[in-house]
Structures are given as structure tokens and as C-alpha cells.
Ligand binder design. Structure first.
Ligand code: TYM
Length: 339
């Protein structure tokens, strides 16, 4: 791990029994692609997972599933710092300091907070949900990350992170690197297969709208075949006029490393059904080994936990240095003999 490389950092919440295809294409795949050229930090934000309704037994299981899915998708725990957020107490500690420089109105303007509050009702919305973005800022700033590869839905949180870093630096002295989001235009938003106006998500209305990375590949193939498509017959990328077909083309291009233009040419004169049949087959080829590898990793939880513990140790080595300088700048009295 050389210090000349730029540091990348990202994470996906353990709030479902599996990551979905949107998480993979919008985020995890980029992490895997960037892993060798950058200094990578990937973690599982379990503190964020408890900002909405959760079940403790499920949470523990889901945390290991996400860990296994990261590795199965290609994250190498030897190349990347790989850990669970709650194992590194500095996240919650820095988040508190950032809460105290975040405006109430600033936090209330976060669209994800507004959406979730609208869905769950304001009584179900907790102080934790409100503070979600400053915890996310802490995740990033603790490691002095240069780049944060995420999907489009995280853009506003990244902007707040930059604002908080700049505010802290100008008030207390240069402390944090100001990070940048890496949002790949072509894959930043994968849409729901049944409703191509909405993003694919863990909480979509129809189960057929999302592909779960751990589901039976045959079921996933059926979901592709039943995806909502558009009027007309031409297979062409046009996000406005043909959102359904464009979404399928994006997924197809990502799984095969082909360009959209190449696919448009290959499918000239063919029907939507041809594209769907081929993509359904590709999906089976993609999911089958991914699922087998995830299940294999899940069958040895002790080994997963060992890898996560090792990662937490490496993460703390970095996080504790940043937190110490934050505490010092804020004026917290040093603990005689060290913390
Ligand atoms: P989460 O768990 O909702 O999603 C994980 C990643 O997947 C991306 N994503 C998508 N990309 C394209 N199309 C979609 N339909 C789609 N759905 C999800 C998300 O943009 C994200 O990159 N707040 C974060 C977790 C987090 C984090 C962090 C990320 C906590 N701390 C620090 C980066 C840095 C979240 O809820 O992601």
C-alpha cells in the first residue's frame, strides 16, 4: 500500500438479504475495477443500517452476507482494507464532532432523509436517520479519501461531506482532505425492471423490479424476460423515449464489457425478445459463480470474521490518527497516558 496512490473508499449497507444488481453495477463493480490502481478502503456500514427498522439477528447475518458478496464480486481483502464500520469506533466518534458543525436545516434538506421520512412517517424517523449524512461524512473523512465511487443517489451526501470538510478545515485548521465523488455517468442509476422511471432498490414495489445477486439465477432470468419494455421495436439507447430498453442495454454492456454502440449494431433488425433472451442467459452465467462463491464464503463464517477483524485493525491504524488530530484541533483535553 503506497502513499502515492490516491485513496478510494466506499460501502454498501447490510439492509437486505443480498445486494442487488444496482449496487453491483453502480458501485461494487467500480470498486473492483479501481482496486489495483488505488489505495482502497471498503467497509460495511452497519451503523447506517440501524437508522431504519431492523432485526438484530437479521442484521448480523446480512453483515456477513455483504462481506461475502464483496469478496465474491472481486474485492481482495489483501489488496483492500475491508472491515465492518461498528468495529472501528472512530466512525461514531468523528460523526459526533461533525454533527456539531452540521446545520439543522442543512441535514433536513437531504433528499434521502426526506424520502425515507415521507415513506416511514415522521414518527418512525429517528435522530439516527437525521444524522445519517454526517456519519457518512465521518466514514469518508476519517481515511482522508480522495475518491468515493458511488451511484447517483449518493451525490448529495458527498456534497455535504465536502462542505463539512471545508467548514472544519476553515474553522479549526487544515485537517481533512476534501474528497470527490466518482459517479460513472453510464451506470450511476440502474432502473427498476418493472418501473424504469424508478431506480432499482431494496424497497422497490415489485419483487420483479430488482435482481438480487444471491437469488436463484433462473428466477433472475425470468425477471429479465418479464422486464417492462417500451413502445416500438427498435433496439436503441434512448433514456427518454426508451427507458426500459436503455436500462437493459446498460446492464448488458456492463456484464459483457461491450459498448452500447456495439450492442445497438449487433441487435439491429432484431426484436426486444432476442435481447431479453440473450441478457437472461448472460445473467445466469454472471450470477451462478457469484452465488456459489458467496455461499462458499458464508459456509466459513469464522474465516470471514477473521478477515474482517484484520481489516478493522488496519482501518483503526488510519482512523485513530485522524480522530486524534480532530480532537486536538477541537480543544478536547488530551488523556494523559493516551487513549
Ligand atoms: P447503499 O447501501 O444504498 O448502496 C450501495 C451503493 O450502491 C449504489 N446504488 C446504485 N447504483 C446504481 N443504480 C442503482 N439502482 C443503485 N442503487 C444503489 C449506491 O449509490 C451506493 O454507492 N449511504 C450509502 C452507504 C455508505 C457510504 C459511506 C458510501 C455509508 N457510508 C461512505 C460511500 C462512502 C448507501 O446507502 O449505499
Amino acid at each position: 500500500m503506497t502513499s502515492t496512490r490516491q485513496r478510494i473508499l466506499s460501502g454498501a449497507k447490510p439492509t437486505a438479504d443480498s445486494l442487488h444488481l444496482g449496487n453491483y453495477i453502480g458501485a461494487v463493480r467500480q470498486w473492483v475495477d479501481m482496486q489495483s490502481e488505488y489505495d482502497p478502503v471498503f467497509f460495511i456500514p452497519d451503523l447506517h443500517a440501524i437508522t431504519v427498522d431492523f432485526d438484530p439477528v437479521e442484521l448480523a447475518k446480512r453483515t456477513r452476507i455483504v462481506a461475502a458478496q464483496y469478496i465474491a464480486a472481486g474485492i481482495d481483502p489483501d489488496k483492500s482494507i475491508f472491515f465492518v464500520q461498528s468495529h472501528v469506533p472512530e466512525h461514531a466518534q468523528l460523526a459526533w464532532a461533525l454533527n456539531c458543525i452540521t446545520g439543522y436545516g442543512e441535514a433536513a434538506r437531504m433528499t434521502q432523509f426526506k424520502d425515507k421520512t415521507a415513506k416511514a412517517g415522521s414518527d418512525a424517523a429517528t435522530l439516527g436517520l437525521f444524522a445519517y449524512p454526517s456519519l457518512m461524512a465521518a466514514d469518508i473523512l476519517l481515511y482522508q479519501a480522495d475518491l468515493v465511487p458511488v451511484g447517483e443517489d449518493q451525490r448529495q451526501h458527498l456534497e455535504l461531506t465536502r462542505t463539512l470538510a471545508q467548514r472544519f478545515n476553515s474553522r479549526f485548521g487544515e485537517t481533512f482532505k476534501v474528497p470527490q465523488a466518482t459517479i460513472l455517468k453510464s451506470t450511476a442509476k440502474i432502473y427498476d425492471l418493472q418501473n424504469p422511471a424508478a431506480k432499482m432498490s431494496k424497497t422497490g414495489e415489485s419483487p420483479n423490479g430488482a435482481i438480487q445477486l444471491l437469488e436463484d439465477p433462473k428466477t433472475a432470468a425470468k425477471r429479465i424476460k418479464s422486464a417492462v419494455t417500451d413502445d416500438g421495436t427498435e433496439i436503441r439507447f434512448d433514456a427518454e423515449a426508451k427507458p426500459g430498453i436503455s436500462n437493459l442495454l446498460t446492464i448488458y454492456a456492463t456484464l459483457t464489457n461491450r459498448t452500447i454502440a456495439d450492442l445497438e449494431e449487433a441487435y439491429q433488425g432484431k426484436m426486444y425478445g432476442h435481447l431479453k433472451t440473450d441478457l437472461a442467459e448472460l445473467m445466469v452465467e454472471f450470477l451462478t459463480p457469484l452465488r456459489a462463491r458467496t455461499n462458499e464464503l458464508m459456509s466459513d463464517p469464522a474465516e470471514l470474521d477473521r478477515l474482517l477483524a484484520r481489516g478493522a485493525g488496519r482501518a483503526r491504524d488510519i482512523a485513530s490518527v485522524t480522530l486524534a488530530s480532530v480532537y486536538d484541533r477541537i480543544g478536547f483535553l488530551p488523556l494523559s497516558g493516551g487513549r
